[in-house]
Ligand binder design. Structure first.
Ligand SMILES: Cc1cc2nc3c(=O)[nH]c(=O)nc-3n(C[C@H](O)[C@H](O)[C@H](O)COP(=O)(O)O)c2cc1C
Ligand code: SF4
Length: 470
C-alpha cells in the first residue's frame, strides 16, 4: 500500500503550510501576506558577457515546457501558438521558451519543435507573440538518451550506463563518437544564430533532465576530449559558447541545469517509488556517490565555469522526468509511467529550494531562476515571495502552474485573490498525455483541454496506470 500524504489544497493558510514544513523538519520560508509591490514585483538586471545588461520587469519566469504538439517536421501549430499566447498575458517578466531540437533526430518526441532554416519564421512568430517588454529565450536541446524523433526510441548516449541503457535499449552502437560531437557543437551554434534572428534575447544550452548535455556532465568514464574530468565534461559547453560568441554577438547565453541528481527509481511494492539498484553510484551530477544524496562541490565549480564564460542567467532544476520524476516535478498524483511518491512531495520541493538557495548565495553574479514551485499550489507565491526576499533565488520559475493558471503572476502582482479553481493540483495529466502519444495540456483544469477529443484516450491510459500502481 502506498502512503498518502496530507494534500496541500487542504492546508487552509500559509501558517498551516509552515507547520507542515516544520513537521517534516524542513526549513522553507513562507510569507503570511502577499505584497503586490514587494519582492516579486521588483525588476532585476542580468548581465551577459556578450549581450551586456538585460532588464527583466519582475521576478516571475515561465519555465520551458515542450508540448508534443508541433508538426512532425518541427513547426509550431495552433496548439503551440495558443500556449505561447497564454504566456504572453501571464505577466511574467521572462519567458524561457520550450525545448527546441537543434536537429530532427535530437527531438524527444516526433512533435517537438526544431530550429532550422525551414522553421525559423514560425518560431520567430512565437517570439513576436509575447508581450512587449517580456524577455525571451529558447531552450536548445539534443535529447540524447531520450531521443524519440519517431514513434520508437532512437537513443544516442554519452557513455554506457548500467541501468538506463537497458531501459532505453542503448548499447555501444548508440554512443556518440567525438567526431559526431564536433559536428553537434556546430549545430547548436547554427541554431543559436537562428534564435537570434528569430528575436530571442537568449538561448539556453540545456543541461538538464537526463538529456544529452546533462548526461555528458556525468561522463567520468567517457574517454577523449568530451569526458573525464570537469574540463572534459564541459568541453562541449565551452565550444558551443565560443561559437555563439563568434557568430551571434549580442545574443545572451543561459543554462538550465539539473543542479543535482539521484539514481533512477522504479515502482516497488504497492507502486511506491524505490531506488533501482544499490551500492555506489557515480552517474548523478551533483550527487554524493550514493545515488541518494547531494554534493554540490562540482556544481559550484560548474557555475564558476559559467561565470568565466560570461553566462549570467541560470535556471536550476533537478533529476529527470524519466528516471526519477518525484525529484524533478514533485506531484501528488504520479504520471502513468511513474510511481507513487516515495516521500511527501513537499520534501522534493524543499530539496530544490535548498540547493537553489545555496547556489544563489554563493554565486551573486548569476541570476538564478528556481523551479519546482507548482506543488505549493495556493501558497506558491507566499513561498516565492519569501524566497526572493531572503535571496534564495533571483526569480521564481513557473512550470505546471502556468499551464493550468497562466494568469497567476498577473493576479498576484495586481493584488487580486487567486482563482482557486485554476490552481494546478499536480494531477500529472500534462505528462501522462504525451507519455501515451497524446498532446500535452492541462486536461483537468484548462477548459480548452477538458473538451479536447484526446481526453477520452487519456482517461483510458490513466485507468491502466492506476491499476498498475495500486
Ligand atoms: C508538460 C511539461 C513539459 C516540460 N518540458 C520541459 C522542457 O521542455 N524543458 C525543461 O527544461 N523542462 C521542462 N519541463 C519541466 C518544467 O520546466 C519544470 O522544471 C517542472 O515542471 C517543475 O516545475 P513546476 O513545479 O513549476 O511544474 C516540463 C514540465 C512539464 C510538466
Ligand atoms: S495537468 Fe494541469 S493540474 Fe495536472 S499537473 Fe499538469 S498543469 Fe497541473
Amino acid at each position: 500500500m502506498s502512503v498518502r500524504y496530507p494534500q496541500v489544497k487542504k492546508l487552509g493558510s500559509p501558517a498551516e503550510l509552515r507547520d507542515r514544513f516544520a513537521e517534516l523538519g524542513l526549513d522553507v520560508p513562507v510569507d503570511d501576506e502577499l505584497e503586490p509591490t514587494g519582492p516579486l514585483a521588483a525588476p532585476l538586471t542580468f548581465t551577459d558577457g556578450s549581450a551586456g545588461a538585460i532588464e527583466v520587469a519582475n521576478r516571475f519566469a515561465v519555465l520551458p515546457m515542450e508540448g508534443w504538439d508541433g508538426t512532425t517536421d518541427g513547426h509550431p501549430t495552433d496548439l503551440v501558438r495558443r500556449r505561447w499566447s497564454r504566456f504572453a498575458s501571464s505577466g511574467c517578466g521572462l519567458v524561457w521558451g520550450e525545448a527546441t531540437a537543434v536537429r530532427l533526430d535530437g527531438r524527444a518526441n516526433p512533435n517537438q519543435l526544431v530550429l532550422g532554416e525551414e522553421t525559423v519564421d514560425g518560431i520567430a512568430a512565437l517570439r513576436a507573440s509575447l508581450a512587449p517588454g517580456q524577455v525571451a529565450g529558447l531552450q536548445l536541446t539534443h535529447s540524447g538518451r531520450y531521443a524519440r524523433p519517431v514513434d520508437v526510441p532512437r537513443p544516442r548516449t554519452a557513455y554506457r550506463h548500467p541501468v538506463l541503457d537497458g531501459r532505453v535499449g542503448a548499447g555501444d552502437a548508440e554512443l556518440f563518437t567525438d567526431d559526431e560531437l564536433d559536428e553537434l557543437v556546430g549545430q547548436y551554434v547554427d541554431a543559436a544564430v537562428l534564435a537570434q534572428q528569430a528575436g530571442f534575447e537568449f538561448v539556453d544550452v540545456k543541461h538538464c533532465h537526463g538529456y544529452f548535455l546533462h548526461e555528458l556532465l556525468s561522463g567520468h568514464d567517457r574517454p577523449g576530449p568530451y569526458g573525464g574530468d570537469l574540463a572534459g565534461r564541459t568541453h562541449f559547453l565551452r565550444s558551443v559558447v565560443a561559437g555563439i560568441r563568434d557568430r551571434a554577438p549580442g545574443l545572451a547565453v543561459a543554462v538550465r541545469l539539473s543542479a543535482f541528481d539521484l539514481r533512477p527509481f522504479t515502482a516497488g511494492d504497492g507502486g511506491t517509488g524505490v531506488p533501482d539498484g544499490d551500492g555506489p553510484y557515480r552517474y548523478a551530477f551533483g550527487g554524493d556517490g550514493t545515488g541518494l544524496g547531494i554534493d554540490l562541490t562540482e556544481v559550484h565549480q560548474l557555475l564558476g565555469v559559467f561565470e568565466e564564460l560570461g553566462i549570467g542567467l541560470v535556471s536550476t532544476t533537478a533529476g529527470s522526468p524519466y528516471y526519477n520524476p518525484h525529484v524533478q516535478r514533485p506531484a501528488y498524483f504520479p504520471p502513468s509511467d511513474g510511481y507513487q511518491p516515495p516521500e511527501d512531495p513537499l520534501v522534493g520541493v524543499a530539496r530544490q529550494l535548498a540547493v537553489t538557495a545555496e547556489l544563489t548565495a554563493a554565486h551573486p553574479a548569476l541570476t538564478v531562476v528556481g523551479s519546482g514551485y507548482s506543488y505549493l499550489q495556493d501558497w506558491l507565491a507566499h513561498v516565492g515571495q519569501a524566497v526572493v526576499r531572503a535571496g534564495g533565488a533571483s526569480m521564481v520559475g513557473l512550470g505546471r502552474m502556468v499551464l493550468s493558471y497562466p494568469d497567476l503572476p498577473v493576479d498576484v502582482l495586481a493584488g487580486r485573490p487567486l482563482q482557486r479553481q485554476l490552481v494546478c493540483r499536480t494531477f500529472s495529466d500534462c505528462t501522462t498525455a504525451p507519455r501515451n502519444g497524446l498532446v500535452s495540456g492541462c486536461f483537468p483544469i484548462d477548459p480548452f483541454y477538458k473538451d479536447h477529443p484526446q481526453r477520452v484516450e487519456l482517461t483510458r491510459a490513466k485507468k491502466e496506470a492506476k491499476a498498475r500502481l495500486r
